[in-house]
Design a protein around this ligand. Structure first.
Ligand code: ATP
Length: 269
């Protein structure tokens, strides 16, 4: 039918198997994959095409990774921008930048358009706005206009990411905009073990390395921090001239990262 888009070249190699431990978020975005793969079946039964998804969760938990994997699974194009790129623009520029961005996304459709740090475009609007705030308003308004202008057949799905949904302008959350929320939280022990396994899969581990044990010793670590831990352990192994990464290298990396975290919190205090 006319809703069947031509297949496009894949633009991201990521798959759900690269995203560890986020079973619920993956199941939630799987519906969007099936829509992108077969929009006609949604149209047949009159189901509204998804337009916007909001990924909510702390930094480094895999929101960007999940958005990439969503595009990869559906085999559609992937475009990524950061909301902070817009807030820095000159008066009048960022509004037209938003328009251009959506034009580009439609041209690349079917397409996932990922907007990181959505809150830097879409914070709640305050009364008595300054010139800078009015500019910010026109950017947000343009985003709303673009999302309202979508039709199912456009084949563009906007995925926004934010650490905090409560600061967003409620207009963004209305039906037909970012009306689905996917919560991406810090991993539990099983999630941490799964994330470590993904990042260790292509690395030579010594027999004394037990990912369960490392997972138990890293409460509060995000996926990004776990990925960092594995990389630091590999760096220590390389510097020692070892051919495998041992439990001792992991212990050294863990210590180094924790010291870094402590220093960070001292600065914050
Ligand atoms: P931010 O809010 O800071 O943009 P984010 O939630 O978008 O962070 P990502 O950029 O997706 O986080 O994660 C950074 C990196 O951490 C990923 O590229 C990946 O290497 C690793 N990572 C994070 N979460 C996971 C996960 N669930 N499984 C595997 N790797 C992960």
């Amino acid at each position: 039918g006319k809703l069947a888009w031509p297949a496009t070249a894949k633009t991201t190699p990521f798959r759900f198997s690269d995203v560890a431990g986020l079973e619920e978020p993956k199941a939630e975005v799987a519906e969007i994959v099936s829509f992108l793969k077969n929009p006609a079946s949604f149209a047949t039964v009159g189901a509204r095409a998804p337009r916007g998804v909001l990924m909510v969760g702390p930094p480094g938990t895999g929101k960007t990774l999940l958005a990439r994997a969503l595009a990869g699974e559906a085999e559609v194009s992937f475009m990524a921008v950061s909301g902070s790129d817009f807030s820095a623009a000159l008066v009048g520029v960022s509004k037209s930048r938003v328009a251009r961005l959506f034009r580009e996304a439609r041209r690349k459709a079917p397409c996932i358009l990922f907007i990181d740090e959505l809150d830097s475009i879409g914070k709640k609007r305050a009364a008595g706005a300054s010139a800078a705030e009015r500019e910010y308003d026109t950017t947000l308004n343009q985003l709303l206009v673009e999302m309202d202008g979508f039709h199912g057949s456009d084949g563009v799905i906007v995925v926004g990411a934010t650490n905090r949904v409560d600061v967003l302008d409620p207009a963004l959350l209305r039906p037909g905009r970012f009306d689905r929320q996917v919560h991406v939280g810090l991993p539990d022990i099983a999630g941490r073990a799964a994330i470590l396994a993904v990042h260790c899969a292509k690395r030579p581990l010594a027999e004394d390395v037990e990912l369960r044990v490392i997972a138990r010793g890293t409460p509060g670590f995000s996926g990004a921090e776990l990925s960092n831990l594995v990389n630091e352990a590999a760096v220590l192994a390389a510097r020692a001239g070892a051919t495998t990464i041992t439990a001792e290298h992991f212990a050294g990396a863990h210590k180094k990262l924790l010291m870094g975290l402590e220093r960070r919190s001292l600065v914050l205090d």
